[in-house]
Design a protein around this ligand. Sequence first.
Ligand SMILES: Cc1cc2nc3c(=O)[nH]c(=O)nc-3n(C[C@H](O)[C@H](O)[C@H](O)COP(=O)(O)O)c2cc1C
Length: 196
Amino acid sequence: MDKIEILIINASPRKNKNCYFITNIISSKLKEKNISYKVFNIYDMNIEYCNACGFCEKTGYCRIKDEMTPMYDMFDKSKGTIVVSPVYFDSVSAKLKTLVDRTQAFYSSKYVLKKPSIDRNKKRTGMYIAVGGSNSYDTQFKGGQIIMDFFFKSINTKLKYNLYLNKTDELSSKDNIEFKLKLEENLDSFIKEINS
Ligand SMILES: Cc1cc2nc3c(=O)[nH]c(=O)nc-3n(C[C@H](O)[C@H](O)[C@H](O)COP(=O)(O)O)c2cc1C
């Protein structure tokens, strides 16, 4: 398999809705620029909950073997990660939180064992896109942002781009011209960044 430069994590279970559409725009753009990528539709994947067994504190690796297992190495080798998540209760979707918790193996390797199982010196760039159904309100994106800030630190990836889309209950991402322009601009900058 070719080396995967960019991981795209789609954290919505809904097919052909807002996050899927955004994920497709990102994939097309990366394809056009000849950048290798892989889309992870995580609701279709078998990713178990972290059960706090403590194995990673002793080894730096996760004991659970499932579809998360190859992702550790992919995060390590990647040039970047893009996460697209729906806002659920002012946070990320539950499946995304499950994936985030599993990166505790990286956290333990760095801060408990002091023997990182991810290369901490490699340059990696991150983007987080949050999609909420309601009109704008103060806390709408706050919970998700806090979790994503921590997640991107855990995978040693600099989260440089954060995009928020609201009101999808009224106007879908597909029909939101302003958002699509913003996404294009941010993707162009992201691509420049990973190629620099
Ligand atoms: C369980 C659940 C919780 C939600 N909580 C929020 C919320 O707190 N704030 C908000 O703006 N939208 C909320 N929504 C609406 C979704 O964010 C919205 O439908 C979004 O478009 C989902 O992404 P998708 O269309 O790609 O599936 C919620 C939807 C569900 C199913």
